[in-house]
Design a protein around this ligand. Structure first.
Ligand code: ADP
Ligand code: TYD
Length: 206
């Protein structure tokens, strides 16, 4: 089963991805946890470029193609071989991030996004996607309390992120069969319970 987590920065998706990973490990299931961009030697190098704040000039298409290149490498090198061996694969972000950030948030035409997403993922689709939804106020509040500095992507304008959030909400409506929308302001425990209950309904093996 291919499980993905989506949401804006600091929504709490990595926390939930890790909790699910720990739960499945405790249950002695075959499971891996990966993140995007990253997860392979090549993809981690691409990640460094994408998040490097000193790179002031990056065209939108360059950015999108780099995310896609990183995704293709991770898909072929790690995700597909593990799915074939019967693993649960949990991925912190997948192609919906590109649709939300580079499509809804950025300037890339949606049909280009769709086509490249299909090529980069080689037609692999998540079985279920947990979208942890918070607004920009909550994200800023968490950043302030964590004293977290901004990387290149996080340095974009508030307007951009509001479009990303709206984009994720549209995606959740467009793909109701796959998306599970979660209110990210609820407690970590409440969210984890919801995620586990939803998964148990979908997969008896969880
Ligand atoms: P993301 O992966 O979406 O960037 P993280 O999982 O790293 O987010 O969480 C960002 C911060 O928010 C961390 O300090 C984490 O402890 C906190 N956090 C996570 N989930 C919640 C929650 N449900 N309520 C309040 N704070 C949370
Ligand atoms: P990361 O530090 O992993 O953020 P987070 O912990 O919130 O997941 O950085 C990834 C950044 O890249 C994040 O700001 C979202 C962005 N991103 C895109 O814009 N498009 C994509 O396709 C992906 C995978 C990530």
């Amino acid at each position: 089963m291919f499980i993905t987590f989506e949401g804006i920065d600091l929504s709490g998706k990595s926390t939930q991805a890790k909790l699910l990973y720990d739960y499945l490990r405790r249950k002695k299931k075959k499971v891996i946890l990966v993140r995007e961009p990253g997860g392979t030697a090549v993809s981690e190098k691409i990640r460094d470029i994408l998040l490097d704040k000193s790179l002031k000039k990056m065209f939108s298409l360059t950015e999108f193609l780099l995310f896609s290149a990183s995704r293709h490498q991770l898909t072929e090198e790690v995700i597909k071989p593990h799915l074939k061996k019967g693993y649960f694969v949990i991925c912190d972000r997948y192609y919906d991030s590109s649709t939300a950030y580079q499509g809804y948030g950025g300037k890339i035409e949606m049909n280009i996004i769709k086509n490249i997403n299909t090529i980069a993922s080689n037609k692999l689709n998540p079985d279920i996607t947990f979208f942890v939804d918070i607004d920009m106020k909550e994200s800023a509040k968490r950043r302030y309390s964590m004293k977290k500095t901004k990387d290149r992507m996080e340095s974009k304008k508030v307007d951009y992120f509001n479009k990303v959030i709206k984009g994720y909400r549209s995606l959740a409506k467009l793909h109701r069969n796959r998306f599970v929308l979660l209110d990210g302001k609820r407690t970590i425990e409440e969210l984890q319970n919801d995620i586990l209950n939803t998964l148990k309904k979908k997969n008896k093996n969880v």
